[in-house]
Ligand binder design. Structure first.
Ligand SMILES: Nc1nc2c(ncn2[C@@H]2O[C@H](COP(=O)(O)OP(=O)(O)OP(=O)(O)O)[C@@H](O)[C@H]2O)c(=O)[nH]1
Ligand SMILES: [Mg+2]
Length: 227
């Protein structure tokens, strides 16, 4: 099947149709998705208390985490094939809440605020960090993380911290190395060395060209316990 011609998440729906039982933290509803429904915002969580209060979307959830401006929201838009669904910006700090999106697939996608934006005020950074932490700890439907890394920056200390936190919470994760369209051939060839031991767990992706999109969907399905 060609990349552009495939439906969003078609492999996820096929996998869900054949699955027997759900893995992860706790079963979150029937996980059937809503065939025919367009991807749309299901709920927004603005503060740590909102994690407990926030409505259960009734689907297992996979969250997109990563440094500010790495391309989390762009990845979400590529996965759902809805340009402009999650707001993106060349200015870091665009996403400031946890935004949970649901559509026809049997999995919800959560767009997290980015971490590590040096120009955010200390207060903003603290409140986003608290929100992310509360979400990771408290969101019952959460099954796993896609940790998004900018291909030109590699994995930094804050990313390692996020991976350690995921491990401590027993949340499975996958790495997505995005913006690979920006790499020169030689830079791309060096990626396995740059990523080191993380390389085998990494999916190369570009929101610009669509490269890797189906692989990311497969990873999302695995994280959600659908395959
Ligand atoms: N060339 C290229 N640019 C990208 C890609 N993905 C994202 N961008 C650009 O990178 C910038 C940041 O993208 P966002 O998707 O808003 O990043 P984010 O991680 O959601 O950022 P925050 O919400 O601020 O944490 C935007 O200008 C995007 O157009 C990609 O795969 N290739
Ligand atoms: Mg964003």
């Amino acid at each position: 099947m060609n990349e552009r011609g495939s439906e969003p998440g078609a492999s996820v729906r096929r996998a869900a149709a054949g699955r027997s039982g759900s893995g992860g933290r706790r079963a979150a509803g029937p996980s059937v998705g809503h065939p025919g429904r367009e991807w749309d915002l299901a709920t927004a969580i603005a503060d740590p208390d909102g994690v407990r209060r926030g409505p259960d979307v009734g689907l297992p959830e996979v969250a997109l985490a990563g440094r500010s401006n790495t391309g989390k929201s762009s990845l979400l838009n590529a996965l759902t094939r809805r340009r402009g669904l999650a707001r993106t910006s060349s200015t870091p700090g665009r996403t400031q809440q946890v935004l949970v999106f649901a559509g026809p697939e049997p999995v919800a996608l959560a767009d997290l605020p980015g971490y590590g934006w040096a120009r955010a005020s200390r207060g903003e950074r603290t409140s986003w960090a608290r929100l992310i932490d509360a979400y990771l700890r408290g969101r019952e439907a959460l099954r796993g993380l896609v940790v998004v890394i900018d291909a030109r920056r590699g994995i930094g200390p804050l990313d390692e911290e996020m991976l350690a936190r995921a491990a401590a919470l027993e949340l499975p994760w996958r790495l997505v190395v995005t913006k690979v369209d920006k790499l020169k051939r030689a830079e791309r060839d060096r990626l396995p060395q740059v990523l080191g031991e993380r390389a085998p767990a990494a999916i190369l992706f570009s929101a610009r060209t669509g490269e890797g999109r189906d692989d990311v969907w497969r990873a999302v399905a695995d994280l959600a316990g659908l395959r």
